[in-house]
Design a protein around this ligand. Structure first.
Ligand code: FMN
Length: 379
């Protein structure tokens, strides 16, 4: 019998052939206007398997959604046209592709905003430390209540853009201390209106976006990524189990047909997976995303640390129904990762120094274990 990791599962409108998911991975290989470059099509098509799910990288929903040069966007026609080439390349090989919609909120900087606008957030609380320009993070401007509904609309419009670019669905970036997460966490939200204070209020922004996006493009094409224990960009919550438990219960009640929920494991630490001096091994944690998985009846993606413990992906999917596993760093280094896992072939080692450089080195030049066979994953 084939392992559960290689058993089919329905996700949204697609029947997947296996559960090895390409985690969203920022690689900053778009152009200076945030338009995807042809090299990105090559990267993604290398990682396609028939019936395999790729979640494409964090993608800006406005021109001032984040501070990173060369991150892609999906807010204008040029970007939509360029993404079409990528979705076509993936579909031609039988893959399924979702796009991660991104607003960095207070993690951004006025220096990178076309109008030098101060970054926005749930509340006027700065992240501690330095931003990517080596300056102190700015104190963000708390969104006015009317602006919040404009943001819901922006997420909705860009979700429509993604569908017109050929994506099979969108994943809202509700994790890692970015804008949606800034509303959810107590460390970044001290609002006293209906978007702050209680759990119900702090999750309202996320739920309103889900409601509006799923109405516009369909529940089956809508998904969200969440990280109760991220710590990244100072994201911290006083009561993670209660906060995300409430959110998942609401999603189960109001939107049971969402394509999937995507949770980052507590053992994942984005900072360590991207920047550490030494490779991360397992961190002993008492916390667990298990309660959220139990509360959600649809497809559930788990991510974080499977790169260093791939065997665990087999065990997890064997034990838990409706579960898929997202791989980050090992998908960077192994274009044929599903096939390597299926056949127990050795994995290429990723090179952290080229995560965020430009061009093909460390991007599209990782070798296949067995060239030409990467599309043969079928059951
Ligand atoms: C280079 C790099 C870029 C990443 N970019 C994103 C991103 O765009 N969106 C996101 O939600 N997570 C991002 N992550 C986190 C990964 O999706 C994943 O959760 C993390 O790498 C842990 O999985 P792993 O242990 O298999 O690498 C990134 C991670 C790395 C290493």
């Amino acid at each position: 019998m084939s392992p559960a990791l290689f058993a089919p599962i329905k996700v949204g409108n697609s029947l997947l052939n296996h559960r090895v998911v390409h985690s969203p991975l920022s690689r900053f290989r778009a152009d200076a206007d945030h338009v995807p470059l042809p090299l990105m099509a090559e990267y993604y098509q290398q990682r396609v398997t028939e019936g395999g799910l790729i979640i494409a990288e964090s993608t800006y929903i406005t021109e001032d959604a984040g501070p990173y040069p060369f991150a892609p966007g999906i807010y204008n026609d040029k970007q939509i046209e360029a993404w079409k080439e990528i979705t076509k390349a993936v579909h031609n090989k039988g893959g399924i592709i979702f796009l991660q919609l991104w607003h960095v909120g207070r993690g951004s900087a006025s220096a990178s905003s076309p109008g030098n606008k101060i970054p926005v957030s749930a509340s006027a609380i700065a992240i501690k430390g330095k931003n990517i320009f080596g300056q102190d993070y700015e104190v963000p401007r708390a969104l006015e209540i009317e602006e919040i509904s404009q943001f819901v609309q922006i997420y909705t419009d860009t979700a429509r853009n993604a569908i017109s670019a050929g994506f099979d669905g969108v994943e809202l970036h509700g994790a890692n201390g970015h804008l949606i997460d800034q509303f959810i966490n107590t460390s970044s939200n001290v609002r006293t209106d209906k978007y702050g204070g209680s759990i119900e209020n702090r999750t309202r922004f996320a739920l309103e976006i889900i409601e509006s996006v799923s109405k516009a493009i369909g529940e089956e094409r809508t998904a969200i990524r969440l990280s109760p224990w991220s710590g990244f960009q100072d994201a911290e919550d006083d009561t993670p189990y209660e906060t995300w438990g409430y959110l998942v219960n609401q999603l189960q009640e109001r939107h049971p047909k969402l394509a999937y929920l995507h949770f980052i494991e507590p053992r994942d630490d984005l900072v360590n997976s991207v920047y550490p001096e030494a490779d991360r091994t397992e961190v002993v944690e008492n916390d667990s995303i298990e309660p959220f998985r139990k509360a959600w009846k649809g497809p559930f993606i788990t991510a974080g640390g499977y790169t260093t413990t791939p065997k665990r992906a087999f065990e997890t999917t064997e034990k838990l129904e409706n579960t898929l596993v997202a791989f980050g760093r090992s998908f960077i280094a192994n274009p044929d990762l599903p096939l390597r896992l299926k056949n127990d072939w050795p994995l290429n080692k990723y090179d952290r120094s080229t995560f965020y450089t430009s061009g093909s080195v460390g991007y599209t030049d990782y070798p296949y274990y067995n060239p030409g066979t990467a599309r043969d994953i079928k059951n």
